[in-house]
Design a protein around this ligand. Structure first.
Ligand SMILES: [Fe+2]
Length: 223
């Protein structure tokens, strides 16, 4: 049996490999490119928040691999049409902890593992897996959660339609302080989103950029 701990691996190399695995996880979940888009949005958010250097790099790396735990799913709730069942939600809620455990096995830093573990916590304490609230939630997880929420809102899923971009921004603002950290939402709406639009790096379905489709989709925005 190979003793893998005899083979030291630089954490940058780990992240590259894990990013490729995450891309497979996104495709497997029927959401190709999801973590790539979230990482780009996180980059703009970090600039808006004035965070640079190693702190920014850690959060960006965590964003890039945040949904790797989806690769463990034997069935795929995101391909379910209609409402998600209780069993679907039970499965969905496993992916942050699975992902954090795998990342630890692959020698990602403890901070990256923690950011991934807590990316579905809600500011009001009603998130998962641990029901952390407010500033108990690691800051980087709160940053990833806003970028993740915007990305999820602006893409169609089999069980719900995506939101028009203006509607998605309004939902972020409306849920600030409840689902998401209000300061991070403010930075996204005021600075990161306009900068993303100017840069051409906003990745939204063209039909969700037009002033149509303002009906509220059903179900939770992010999973
Ligand atoms: Fe997730």
């Amino acid at each position: 049996m190979i003793e893998r701990h005899n083979y030291p691996m630089r954490s940058e190399n780990s992240i590259i490999i894990l990013s490729r695995m995450t891309d497979r996880a996104d495709t497997h979940a029927g959401l190709p490119g999801h973590c790539v888009r979230v990482a780009v949005y996180v980059d703009f958010l970090l600039q808006a928040l004035g965070i640079a250097g190693s702190a920014a790099r850690t959060i960006r790396d965590a964003a890039r691999v945040h949904d790797i735990g989806r690769l463990a799913w034997s069935s795929n709730p995101h391909l379910t049409s209609g409402s998600l069942s209780e069993d679907d939600w039970r499965l969905i809620r496993t992916h942050p902890r699975t992902g954090a455990d795998w990342l630890a096995d692959w020698r990602a830093t403890a901070e990256i593992c923690s950011l991934v573990l807590h990316h579905h916590e809600r500011y009001d304490g009603r998130g998962y897996p641990d029901g952390l609230r407010g500033e108990e939630i690691p800051f980087g997880s709160r940053v990833i959660a806003v970028a993740d929420g915007f990305e999820a809102l602006t893409h169609h899923r089999p069980h719900r339609l995506g939101f028009h971009v203006d509607h998605a921004l309004a939902i972020l603002a409306q849920e600030a302080g409840q689902q998401w950290d209000a300061g991070v939402v403010e930075a996204f709406v005021r600075e990161a989103y306009p900068a993303l639009s100017r840069s051409g790096r906003l990745m939204i379905s063209p039909d969700l950029m037009r002033p149509v489709n303002m009906l509220a989709p059903q179900g939770e925005a992010t999973a």
